[in-house]
Design a protein around this ligand. Sequence first.
Ligand SMILES: CC(C)(COP(=O)(O)OP(=O)(O)OC[C@H]1O[C@@H](n2cnc3c(N)ncnc32)[C@H](O)[C@@H]1OP(=O)(O)O)[C@@H](O)C(=O)NCCC(=O)NCCS
Length: 187
Amino acid sequence: MMMSTENCSQVRAPSIGMRALHVDDLPQMLALQASVYPPALLESAQVLASKIGAVPAGWTSLAATDGNTLCAYALGYPWRSELQPCWNRPLALQHDCDVLYLHDVAVSPAYAGRGLANELVSQLMRQGQQLGLSRAILIAVEGAQGYWSRLGFVAIPTGSTDPAFGGDAVLMQRELAPPGSMLLDTA
Ligand SMILES: CC(C)(COP(=O)(O)OP(=O)(O)OC[C@H]1O[C@@H](n2cnc3c(N)ncnc32)[C@H](O)[C@@H]1OP(=O)(O)O)[C@@H](O)C(=O)NCCC(=O)NCCS
């Protein structure tokens, strides 16, 4: 079954807000990252900062917050599909991008299961649509392929990934519909 964006916005508690992710969020991002990933998959503050900042004007990654608490974040940026995404290397601003790369979505265990990841991803995908990107790609790690399948992502059979993402990493993709059309509500 695929999940619906509209359903998820209904389950988000009123106290939880969505906003652009800032470098000021880095201390909480690092703590959140460490709470959901094994040490081998942790990226440095410098790399995370580059992935927040090396993006076209107007583009933002996203944070879900509950007061001053960072509940979840979604790091994604325009990317060139012929390039292989790298783990823990600083991002340089890319030109002539054709895809949205969803690099990292992480939800604090205390806020899991409320649709936050779905909502953050939906907003990133809307930005991608508005920029005219044709599809979204991601690398599912830590057995998250099933989660992404429910959002309509499918494995790219020929896709190879940087070994640093782990032996079970799976390159996945889904189309981005033209602006104005339905996006994740594909149930
Ligand atoms: C995967 C993750 C982002 C989902 O965040 P979330 O806000 O809890 O997700 P949602 O509320 O939108 O969806 C929750 C549903 O996804 C399911 N789900 C969560 N993780 C899953 C996984 N790894 N595989 C399959 N399903 C998963 C939950 O069981 C739940 O199912 P339900 O609706 O039937 O109860 C979050 O669990 C997380 O941060 N995990 C650790 C980091 C990670 O693996 N990120 C993705 C790396 S590619």
